[in-house]
Design a protein around this ligand. Structure first.
Ligand code: AVJ
Length: 351
């Protein structure tokens, strides 16, 4: 069972793929419908957050990363600028695999540091947003002529390796606090999947948004998900557009409002779409689903971590923490890990 957004998501894995490794269109539609039916049948209705990222959703997310309130991107960029050159010089990776590649601003910091020590490298961006990924790959090829770019259009939680060899050492990067979309248990599965593809000389680089603390209030954290301009609200509602367009659903976007809050007990931000009034959604092959006024659909979890929880996740996934850096305010951290020497938590010890 695939775990995403903290909830098991119904359905098996995609097997038939198109030219760029994408599931065939009909298959994606079937998957969307299955996820919709399953999510709307749960006591707490939910939709998998990976469906935010069509072209429009990816663009909205890019706008979020530029917002004053949304500090994670800025802080991560700063940390990468400060530490990537040292790490790249020490590791000199021949391959950079980036999971959840996005618009690749942070990628450029990594690539700049990388090509400075090793001009000819393989870059493998992995992301579900196919069109976006192709655009980004095209731009990177133009800007880094010595770089070989092989984009992989797929869910980052699917197993590695890709169907081509990776030159070692490889650096696997999961940045942008993408790990937040996975609850700790699912995060272990994700990291372990990557670990299974890692050679002893490889490293894993993780960017994680941190829990509130002395230099970071719960309010500042919540503001990052409730921006004044309403870009996050638009991003949130975009998931309904995706289901309407790609699965033939009939969500009334006007009937839902954005809500995001920090759940202290769970250590995570939750994003919901709350029905302003009773509304009904229909979709092919699904009995109409009535949503009461005030009822919500959870669209995303964004788990917040700390050094202890990250160390545990690495351990359980068969990795060991080698470096940890965070900003002065303790808002965001980068963690670097290698494969555990004793193999503890490796593929054999997981059930
Ligand atoms: C892409 C999962 C890191 O959780 O902060 C931003 C997505 N959602 N604003 C996050 C997001 C709302 C983002 N991640």
């Amino acid at each position: 069972m695939e775990c995403r957004g903290g909830e098991p998501v119904r359905g098996g894995r995609e097997c038939t793929t198109g030219a760029a490794g994408e599931p065939a269109a009909g298959q994606r539609r079937a998957r969307l419908l299955a996820d919709l039916r399953w999510g709307l049948a749960q006591p707490q209705k939910s939709l998998p957050s990976k469906y935010f990222y069509d072209t429009r959703g990816s663009e909205l997310f890019e706008r979020i990363t530029g917002l004053e309130e949304y500090y994670p991107t800025r802080v991560e960029t700063e940390l990468l600028r400060n530490h990537a050159p040292t790490w790249m010089a020490a590791l000199a990776p021949a391959t950079l695999v980036e999971l959840g590649a996005g618009a690749a601003t942070k990628t450029r910091i990594l690539l700049d540091a990388l090509v400075a020590v090793r001009p000819s490298v393989l870059y493998v961006p992995v992301d579900v947003a196919g069109d976006f990924l192709r655009e980004v790959s095209h731009a990177l090829r133009a800007d880094y002529p010595t770089l070989e770019v092989r984009p992989l259009v797929r869910d980052i939680s699917l197993p590695f390796p890709p169907d081509f060899p990776l030159e070692r050492p490889a650096l696997f990067a999961l940045l942008g606090s993408t790990i937040g979309n996975f609850d700790p248990e699912a995060a272990v599965d994700l990291v372990a999947t990557v670990r299974d593809a890692m050679a002893p000389s490889d490293r894993f680089l993780l960017g994680a948004d941190l829990r509130p603390g002395p230099g970071k209030s719960k309010e500042a954290l919540e503001r990052a998900y409730n921006d004044a301009e309403g870009v996050t609200a638009e991003f949130n509602r975009n998931i309904l557009r995706v289901f309407n367009r790609e699965a033939g659903a009939t969500f009334d976007l006007e009937a839902f409002e954005h809500r995001a809050f920090y759940d202290e007990a769970k250590g995570r931000i939750e994003m919901h779409l709350v029905a302003r009034r009773p509304t009904t959604v229909e979709a092919p092959g699904m009995a109409p689903v009535r949503i009461a006024a005030g009822e919500s659909i959870r669209t995303e979890i964004s788990c917040k971590y700390d050094r202890r929880t990250v160390t545990e996740i690495f351990q359980d996934a068969g990795l060991s923490l080698e470096a940890w850096v965070e900003d002065e305010a303790g808002r965001y951290a980068l963690a670097l890990a290698g494969v555990s020497a004793d193999g503890d938590g490796g593929p054999e010890s997981r059930s």
